[in-house]
Write a protein that binds this ligand. Structure first.
Ligand SMILES: [Zn+2]
Ligand SMILES: [Zn+2]
Length: 258
């Protein structure tokens, strides 16, 4: 078993040949994929892909980049759309102060609304955070005090201190192809020390193709390269790392069935 816990199968670069992309993923051992929403206009297509493909699941949410474009996003809408049987997660949401594509206050508000939806539905939240560790950590902690929710820090690139805060809140950490990059020494050092029972792997395809595919369009098949690199880095057996991260996936996203 090998799971790509975060990809964008309906984005340009993958949508044009989605069938072939899925075939290549299956051929490299990928047994499940979580296809992530970033804006409301994608929701219908993303859920439709999950209805059609037995090994593809979907999320419902609004990316922090898109917070300004969705001023009317509310709890009721997120909750309603996520009741679909193929929707297993809320997000991706979070804070991105690197690009600042949306107003920071609006990003924070949207992030909290997604956490409320996660709490109400019992579905895990998918957190995107870039150059916003402090605010991300404080919102997650404040909200956890208001009532429990579960989730994952996707495409983790933050500090080890932030990883500890997320782990203390019970969240999982997902490692992307960035860990294979030569200049990712800090991330590699953190990735070695993360507890195995909270670890996930992902591609964030079509972005971030890992070594040896750098420069190409990322696709879920490449999660095998990231898992292989990570297993070697941690001194673990590849099959074991695949099996445990898949098991973690189904523990966190318990609405999905293997
Ligand atoms: Zn993201
Ligand atoms: Zn993403």
């Amino acid at each position: 078993m090998l799971v790509d816990s975060h990809c964008h199968l309906n984005y340009k670069g993958l949508i044009e040949e989605q069938g072939a992309v899925l075939d290549r993923a299956r051929a490299s051992g990928v047994t499940a994929m979580l296809n992530i929403s970033t804006r409301e206009s994608e929701w219908r297509d993303i859920v439709a892909t999950a209805e059609r493909e037995i090994d593809v699941w979907s999320s419902i949410g609004i990316h922090p980049h898109e917070a300004d474009a969705h001023p009317d996003i509310d709890l009721a809408k997120l909750v309603k759309e996520s009741r679909h049987e193929r929707v297993i997660a809320i997000g991706e949401t979070g804070l991105d102060y690197y690009y600042d594509h949306s107003d920071r206050e609006r990003q924070k508000q949207s992030f909290r609304t997604h956490i409320h939806a996660a709490r109400e539905t019992g579905l895990p939240i998918i957190v995107h955070t870039r150059d916003a560790e402090e605010d991300t950590a404080s919102i997650m902690a404040e909200e956890m005090e208001q009532g429990a929710y579960s989730g994952v820090i996707h495409c983790f690139t933050a500090s080890e201190a932030f990883a500890h805060k997320a782990l203390e809140l019970g969240l999982f950490i997902s490692i992307s192809g960035i860990v294979t990059f030569k200049n990712a020494k800090d991330l590699q050092a953190t990735a070695v020390r993360l507890p195995l029972d909270r670890l996930l792997v992902e591609t964030d395809a079509p972005f971030l193709a890992p070594v040896p595919h750098r420069g190409k369009t990322g696709e879920p098949a490449f999660v095998a390269d990231t898992a292989r690199f990570l297993a070697e880095l941690r001194g673990q057996d590849y099959d074991e790392l695949c099996a445990v991260t898949a098991d973690n996936f189904y523990r966190l996203f318990s609405k999905a069935k293997p």
